[in-house]
Design a binder for this molecule. Structure first.
Ligand code: PMP
Length: 365
């Protein structure tokens, strides 16, 4: 049975990537063993790792000024680890609270011995907008400012990634890396993202860090009680194989990144995201549905809306399920409906969903 699956992450993989992984799984390298069993010191795995580094650099459009490393686990691990690479105790850093994940990142740094400046607090408007970054009061000696580029739960996203003069950016791009082409690299200290939304499966995160800051972090981390396995320079030196790496996740990421590349790279993904988003927001704006966020910061990946009553929300979700349109219930603290469309959700699924919204409105609106 063919289903249209709009999960917020782990998210759909393209049909061809799923099939490729299935075909290659048991004898991945033509030597009779699977990628799940092979030694991470074998030449086969080393080659896979190197190829994945190269394709990641190409797809993420990373310039030579920045290094890439793969770290086991999810994005949340990095909430407390990132600031320990870029700031020492007592130093000033700036944060923005724009949603569930940004809030958790803030909580982690408020527990550190830093002067943390919360320059935008989205709780005051129930996270419906991202404010006006140009108005934020950021202390000039902040070591960095942390932004969550796409807020997966509330469905807000910066239309362009803002910059703040000399203050380096740290970007949580868990739900937007490999889907946006406008990363301002000259202003960016570090990007982090787990793979399971736009470019792979759960189990691995990507860290992209400015080379000079990576070098400087060797000294900074000495003052921050950070174990070797959490130190980006140590992971980098070990070519992303300091731990036994999450080999299957890296393999799946490799296949997904290659699919992105063959499909036109991040520019094509960005274009498709914008088109998918346009289809769904046109339906939201046509009546019956109530969009959650301000229009000027609507997410390109997570479409959050509701119907006039909770009963209607539940009815909509049940009717959608009858059409094999699945995993669209809103996040537990938000309610309503959230439809997520990352790189693996094809245009056809987006248009089937838009059509369903249209038919539902005609019938019940
Ligand atoms: N940041 C953002 C923007 C997210 O959407 C998520 C997960 N939904 C996280 C961080 C946490 O990611 P992980 O589950 O990989 O720790």
């Amino acid at each position: 049975m063919s289903v249209h699956y709009f999960s917020p992450g782990p998210a759909s993989l393209p049909e061809s990537v799923r099939n490729q992984i299935k075909e290659e799984l048991l004898d991945t390298f033509g030597i009779g063993v699977s990628v799940m069993e092979i030694s991470h010191r074998s030449k086969q795995y080393e080659q896979l790792n190197e190829e994945t580094q190269a394709i990641a650099r190409k797809v993420f459009q990373v310039p030579a000024t920045h290094s890439i490393l793969f770290s086991p686990g999810g994005a949340q691990q990095h909430f407390s680890v990132v600031p320990k690479h870029l700031s020492a105790p007592g130093e000033e850093i700036a944060y923005t609270d724009t949603g569930v994940w940004a809030h958790l990142a803030c909580e982690e740094v408020f527990a550190l011995p830093r002067k943390v400046h919360l320059v935008f607090d989205g709780r005051t408007n129930d996270y419906v907008s991202l404010g006006n970054p140009q108005d934020w009061d950021i202390p000039q000696n902040s070591k960095f400012i942390h932004l969550t580029v796409n807020n997966t739960v509330y469905g807000t996203e910066y239309p362009t990634i803002p910059t703040f003069g000399n203050i380096p950016l740290v970007l949580d791009m868990t739900s937007s890396l490999a889907a946006r082409t406008d990363i301002p690299w000259e202003s960016t200290a570090l990007v982090y993202a787990s793979a399971q939304k736009n470019f792979g499966i759960a189990g691995v995160s990507v860290i992209i860090m400015n080379n000079d800051l990576l070098e400087k972090s060797r000294e900074i981390t000495k003052h921050n009680h950070l174990g070797k396995a959490h130190s980006y320079h140590a992971i980098y030196d070990a070519k992303s194989a300091l731990n036994t790496p999450p080999v299957f996740s890296i393999f799946a990421m490799n296949r997904m990144l290659n699919w992105i590349d063959h499909s036109g790279g991040t520019p094509a993904m960005e274009q498709w995201s914008l088109e998918k988003a346009k289809m769904i927001y046109s339906e939201i704006d046509a009546g019956l549905y109530i969009g959650r966020t301000h229009k000027n910061c609507r997410s390109r990946h997570n479409f959050v809306f509701k119907l006039p009553t909770e009963e209607q929300d539940n009815h909509f979700i049940a009717e959608a399920a009858k059409h094999n349109l699945l995993e669209i219930k809103g996040y537990r603290c938000v309610g309503g409906i959230r439809v997520s469309m990352y790189n693996g959700v094809c245009m056809e699924s987006a248009s089937v969903f838009a059509e369903f919204m249209r038919d539902y409105r005609k019938k019940y609106g």
